[in-house]
Design a protein around this ligand. Structure first.
Ligand SMILES: Nc1ncnc2c1ncn2[C@@H]1O[C@H](COP(=O)(O)OP(=O)(O)OP(=O)(O)O)[C@@H](O)[C@H]1O
Ligand SMILES: [Mg+2]
Length: 357
């Protein structure tokens, strides 16, 4: 049973994950000791299976999908009281930092200065949020989780929600929602957990634990790039490559052609999945140096591309850390009433819907 961190008066919440490829929605009822699944949906925003170009990725594609989705779930957008959505990607940043103890007013300007290092934009464009994680007893240093994004991104996000008749309520950052989907349902042991939300165009990587440093970064590869790779390897259309991907998963990249290209050791010939594994490996090496902790227990895969056949085995082998598909929905009451609610693609939306105030 998912643990509720705080008692509050929210009766119901909706977590909405607007991805590049699809929109995921999770509707929860808040019961006294946890959550109950009311309903959920996953809808593609681009023609299924077809190669898309830039014009297919315009923001106006979201409105009809969002509207249709809300209608079929019988959700009246005007009546939604607690909506939690997320933004992610290039114009967002989350860093855990350490500063000397500062009073609130000084802290804010120090954090503003720090955030500018991670998002190189002008001060008036920056939107900042932070959470003091703890104050170290011995040194009096503060550990702070610093989240920043831009006004422009939030405005764009508000417009997308508005096109579906929705008003933004709480806007979270993607990696925090991914972390919450784990922290609020499953985490009960020490050690480091690597969460990978493998989407269509990117992969959110999060290192999470009870005690060690929070780390996150985006890796700019996902399932879309893997389909493109398959089309190239097999000299077929994107459509055929997508079919192959869904049917064969990772085995689809193991052809004679790909062996040849791997022999050439050309970095551009590595498939997206191989690139993701490489980037995760690099980031973990960096993490060990930075945080001085290497107690990695598991890699947990969520997102649509987590369903790629053979992916857990491949990551286990490449990174030497046991890897599995993570399904936080198994911890939610009432999910068993639906035949297809146990889907790792819903993890981020669930993390949003469970967010403590
Ligand atoms: N069974 C499956 N096997 C392999 N890939 C799958 C499967 N089901 C969905 N996918 C892929 O998952 C991706 C969509 O996942 P997801 O919804 O997590 O992405 P997104 O959030 O829309 O994108 P992003 O996070 O990159 O903006 C697509 O590339 C799709 O082809
Ligand atoms: Mg996504």
């Amino acid at each position: 049973m998912a643990k509720k961190k705080k008692l509050n008066k929210i009766k119901e919440s909706i977590g909405l994950d607007i991805g590049t490829h699809s929109i995921k929605l999770v509707h929860l009822k808040h019961v006294h000791d946890g959550f109950k699944l009311v309903n959920f949906a996953i809808r593609s925003t681009i023609p299924e299976g077809l190669e898309h170009n830039q014009s297919d990725l315009m923001n106006d594609r979201y409105a009809p999908v969002l509207t249709g989705m809300l209608r079929s779930l019988k959700i009246n957008p005007k009546k939604v009281k607690h909506l939690v959505t997320s933004v992610g990607g290039d114009n967002t940043s989350i860093k855990q930092i350490k500063t000397i103890f500062l009073p609130d007013d000084e802290l804010e300007s120090a954090l503003f200065f720090e955030a500018k290092k991670h998002l190189p934009i002008s001060g008036s464009e920056m939107v900042l949020d932070y959470q003091v994680l703890n104050v170290e007893e011995k040194t009096n240093n503060m550990n702070i989780l610093l989240a920043s994004t831009t006004r422009a991104l939030l405005k764009e996000h508000t417009q997308i929600l508005g096109s579906g008749g929705l008003q933004p309520n709480v806007v979270d950052l993607e990696p925090l929602a991914v972390a919450n989907s784990f922290a609020l349902t499953t985490l009960d042991e020490d050690g480091l957990y690597v969460l990978l939300n493998v989407g269509a165009y990117k992969t959110n990587m999060v290192v999470y634990s009870n005690k060690s440093k929070f780390f996150t970064r985006d890796i700019s590869w996902g399932g879309y790039h893997y389909s493109k790779d398959l089309a190239k390897i097999h000299k077929c259309s994107f459509e055929e490559a997508e079919k192959m991907k869904l049917e064969l998963g990772l085995a689809a990249q193991k052809t004679n052609a790909s062996k040849e290209s791997l022999l050439a050791l050309d970095i551009t010939e590595k498939t997206a999945i191989e690139q993701i594994a490489l980037e995760v490996k690099r980031s973990l090496r960096f993490y060990v140096k930075e945080a001085g902790d290497s107690d990695f227990r598991k890699i947990l895969l969520v997102g649509g591309t987590a369903k790629l056949k053979g992916l857990p085995e491949y990551f286990s082998e490449q990174l030497n850390i046991p890897t599995e598909i993570f399904n936080p929905m198994t911890e939610i009451d009432g999910a068993d009433r639906f035949s297809d609610a146990l889907d790792p693609q819903l993890a981020l939306a669930l993390g949003l819907a469970m967010r403590p105030e």
